[in-house]
Design a binder for this molecule. Structure first.
Ligand SMILES: *Cc1c(COP(=O)(O)O)cnc(C)c1O
Length: 371
């Protein structure tokens, strides 16, 4: 069966941006402005202004953004960092790369975002930081997390890799904590044409340190104040991001329209929708629903030409790479049950109401057949 509804459609988006991107890339190539070029500086300023933050630093990926943020805060050996069990594994890997230990917690059953009460229970004398993830393009309860962190003297890094432009009480995800991380992996709401990332900074001193850490730890050439990394935002990618940033709001509006269509057609059915947290303006990086007999239904959708995703089929505490931490099945029942029931339905700015119709009618048909 040929694809009727793709999961995302980067190709049709490229068609609308093509000439601008090639013009911009041509200039960079002709000026051989490859490393930390003019476009990087401009993108850092423009995305910082968009987020309404002090400043931002372009880095090589979202994983690196979290990793460098932890390093800049001095969080490493012997430190514990609290995060949710149902995020993309990169959140945990960044903690491990910094030399710290990830400590997982369960999530809210309605929103699937990190649950502040579970965070409080997980705090130990070794806890140094909390990483709330703004998951699926919705917002984490970041103000509650900041209050807890304040009370226990902990650092907070927002993982905003899935929430470019999402707002909580009119304030953008990634503008609440001292530091926040963004990914521009091609499939994200704001995506480059390769790997790219960004650290949002609301604390000047930490910003200076991250700027050094991404570029061999140097304050100026050959004066290395820190043991650094090579993790710079590529100039060609920054040029793509500047062009796409001008469309981000419009694309996010379209994603919300698609989500509205879904909600309209799936309310009062056996499909469990993911609740939007109060006071959150979501940007629907993913549209997650929960159903029983998930795998069968997913196969059926696929056979009807509808591509779907799984985010994520196995919570991190049960991944083989973290077996040394000693977690077991049953530790985080909400995240575990969600992992078995979740399907990510197609959502992208160019998606049409007809495509939503087709997807939801097939989905409901399959559910009545498997019931
Ligand atoms: C994509 C993503 C990352 C990692 O970003 P990369 O750019 O792929 O390194 C981290 N956390 C979350 C929640 C993500 O969705």
């Amino acid at each position: 069966m040929k694809t009727v509804v793709p999961f995302i459609d980067l190709k049709s988006q490229y068609e609308t941006l093509k000439s601008e991107i090639w013009d911009s890339w041509q200039k960079i190539l002709e000026n051989t402005d490859f490393i930390l070029g003019e476009e990087v500086k401009k993108f850092e300023e423009e995305f910082s202004e968009y987020l309404d933050i002090e400043r931002g630093i372009g880095v090589a990926s979202g994983t690196d953004a979290i990793h460098l943020a932890l390093r800049a805060m001095g969080i490493g050996e012997n430190a514990e960092v609290i995060l949710q069990a149902n995020t993309f594994i990169a959140t945990a890997f960044a903690v491990s790369q910094a030399g710290a230990v990830p400590v997982f917690v369960d999530v809210n059953p309605e929103t699937l975002q990190i649950e502040p009460d579970r965070v409080k229970e997980a705090i130990s004398p070794r806890t140094k930081a909390i990483i709330p993830v703004h998951l699926f393009g919705m917002t984490a309860p970041v103000q509650e997390i900041l209050n807890i962190a304040d009370h226990y003297g902990l650092s907070v890094i927002e993982d905003a890799c899935q929430s470019h432009g999402a707002e909580m009480n009119g304030k953008k995800a990634g503008s609440f904590a001292q530091l926040a991380a963004f990914s521009f992996y091609p499939g994200k709401n704001l995506g480059a044409y390769g790997d790219a990332g960004f650290v949002a900074v609301n604390d000047g001193e930490l910003g200076k340190r991250i700027e050094m850490l991404r570029n061999y730890g140097q304050a100026e050439k050959f004066n290395h104040l820190h043991k650094g990394f090579n993790s710079r935002l590529d100039t060609l990618q920054a040029a793509v991001l500047r062009i796409k940033l001008r469309r981000l709001e419009e694309w996010n509006v379209n994603r919300r329209k698609v989500a509205d269509y879904y909600r309209e057609r799936l309310k009062n059915t056996n499909v469990k929708l993911t609740k939007v947290p109060e006071n959150c303006t979501p940007v629907y990086h993913l549209y997650i629903v929960r159903v029983s007999s998930r795998d069968k239904i997913r196969e059926g959708l696929n056979a009807s030409g509808i591509q779907t995703g799984l985010h994520y089929p196995c919570p991190i505490h049960l991944q083989p790479c973290y077996s040394e931490l000693g977690y077991k099945k049953g530790d985080f029942p909400v995240a575990e049950e969600a992992a078995e029931q979740m399907i990510s339905l197609p959502v992208f700015p160019e998606m049409t109401e007809e495509q939503v119709d087709y997807t939801t009618s097939k989905l409901l048909e399959l559910i009545s057949e498997t019931a």
